[in-house]
Design a protein around this ligand. Structure first.
Ligand code: NAD
Length: 456
């Protein structure tokens, strides 16, 4: 089946149809229309996968995709025009351009935590750039995977976009094939395997991975508002968000005020009986649920910690000063557990943050401009926010991606179009003049060679 899809996509891409911007726009608009029609069904599917509240699914998945689609549709013609660049003396007279050329067949492998957004957002970038696509949604969100299959097959012929459902074996088989680009979102561990497979074929990749995202709260922060925003970003999707704050680093003088404010906002958001809240998701898989429960063992729980094995409910939980060697502080938590660590000096802060590989995000709550700037400049991380969390993902003008262990490459908006395009450089010479110095036998004295740098 995969062989047949690849054969079809190769021949479709060679037909040059996707090179026409009009063709791409027709399909992006068809997709937009179909998505509007199926939005309810998609949100229902996500709910069935892990009880993600429908409001959250719309705001953080379908509406984000619709907004990106509209933006791409409105700008694609301008973005895809050849870009004139300056010539130089060495090539005088000449005209110079950069063309955005599609790669060809793109493989997109997606995770389960934002199962629609993280499958479809790269899809529209790849299509805008003129590629054909094979999607591999996550097997751990099977209802959303089905909904994506349904949506895609309604709009696209398989030779343009195909969906291959299934688990690890399907992913592995897909990775054995020859692709012109691979876009992977998932864990750092699997990202490394994908990178190895891609390297064997010299296939370019984007890897959107995870990390342990610090959230710094200094003594000057607006504590109540900080706590409210952290509560929102951490416990949305039950903490299963790659850019959620992983742990808090709070200045010791404001720690108790922050903890109290966090408790207040958690209660305000989800009520006293959090299991009954319609606005709080469940842990997506048993394996992940068990591992979160294990991570809590031996920890001092300041708030929350309630659970239900049958429904994979784990309440918003605050943990006091976990040991840095404890399992909770080893890898990304990816669940509704928020460790609170205090610091008393910037050097302690630095020691804790630099224990870990470069994270996907870092957040700073502070009203001191110098401190904000210092934190942004000192640490390596994919992206982040000052006095808020998570929201940088919702600005299409900002590239979204990691660095080091948290990923390679960045997308969204125009960055997606550029990511999925090869920049082809073309220089066009004129024939009315031909400077003879470059040709052998070289007649210029050797000492003149050093002046050539002024011509390049
Ligand atoms: P995962 O790495 O387990 O799986 C991701 C995808 O890879 C799935 O489609 C899965 O079928 C496939 N896969 C799994 N094992 C494979 C193997 N051995 N060979 C080939 N393919 C394989 O990740 P997940 O559990 O679905 O998602 C959670 C992780 O994703 C977290 O680490 C999170 O931080 C990260 N994430 C990152 C971003 C981002 O944008 N940077 C977004 C969401 C999630």
């Amino acid at each position: 089946m995969i062989d047949e899809i690849l054969r079809q996509q190769n021949s479709f891409f060679s037909s040059q149809r996707t090179k026409a911007i009009g063709y791409r726009l027709v399909y992006l608009k068809k997709f937009q229309k179909a998505l509007l029609k199926h939005e309810k069904a998609i949100c229902k599917a996500i709910y069935e996968d892990f009880k993600k509240p429908k409001f959250e699914s719309m705001v953080t998945e379908t509406q984000m995709v619709l907004s990106e689609l509209k933006y791409i549709i409105n700008h694609l013609e301008v973005w895809s025009k050849p870009i004139r660049v300056k010539g130089n003396l060495a090539n005088f007279p000449s005209f110079n351009w950069m063309y955005h050329e599609p790669y060809g067949k793109v493989l997109i492998i997606a995770p389960w935590n934002y199962p629609f957004l993280l499958t479809v957002s790269p899809l529209i970038g790849a299509l805008a750039a003129g590629n054909t696509v094979v999607l591999k949604p996550s097997e751990l969100s099977p209802n959303t995977s089905k909904a994506i299959l349904h949506l895609v097959t309604e709009v696209f012929p398989e030779e343009y976009v195909a969906v291959c459902e299934g688990g690890v074996e399907v992913s592995q088989t897909l990775l054995e094939q020859k692709w012109e680009y691979i876009f992977f979102t998932g864990s750092t561990h699997i990202g490394k395997l994908v990178y190895q497979r891609a390297a064997a074929q010299l296939t370019p990749v984007t890897l959107e991975l995870g990390g342990k995202n610090p959230c710094i709260v200094d003594e000057s922060a607006a504590i109540d508002l900080a706590a409210k925003r952290i509560t929102w970003g951490k416990f949305m999707n039950a903490g299963q968000t790659c850019i959620a704050p992983d742990y808090i680093l709070v200045h010791k003088t404001v720690k108790s005020k922050l903890v109290q404010a966090l408790q207040k906002h958690i209660r305000n958001f989800y009520g006293e009986d959090m299991e009954a809240s319609k606005d709080f998701a469940r842990i997506a898989t048993q394996k992940h649920y068990d591992s979160l429960r294990k991570k809590l063992m031996g920890q001092e729980v300041l708030f929350g910690g309630e659970n239900n094995d049958k429904t994979r409910f784990l309440s918003p939980t605050l943990v006091n000063e976990p040991g840095l060697e404890s399992p909770l502080m080893q890898d990304e938590i990816f669940g509704p557990i928020l460790p609170i660590l205090s610091y008393d000096s910037e050097s302690t802060l630095e020691k804790i943050i630099t224990r870990y590989e470069k994270p996907l995000s870092l957040y700073i709550f502070s009203t001191r401009k110098n401190f904000q700037k210092k934190m942004v400049q000192k640490f390596g991380f994919g992206g982040g926010a000052i006095n808020d969390v998570v929201v940088h993902i919702a600005n299409k003008n900002l590239p979204f991606g990691g660095v080091g262990n948290s990923g390679i490459g960045a997308y969204h908006g125009k960055h997606s179009f550029e990511l999925f395009s090869h920049k082809k450089a073309i220089l066009k010479r004129q024939n009315w003049m031909d400077v003879p110095f470059r040709y052998a036998p070289y007649k210029l004295p050797i000492k003149w060679a050093r002046y050539f740098r002024h011509l390049f």
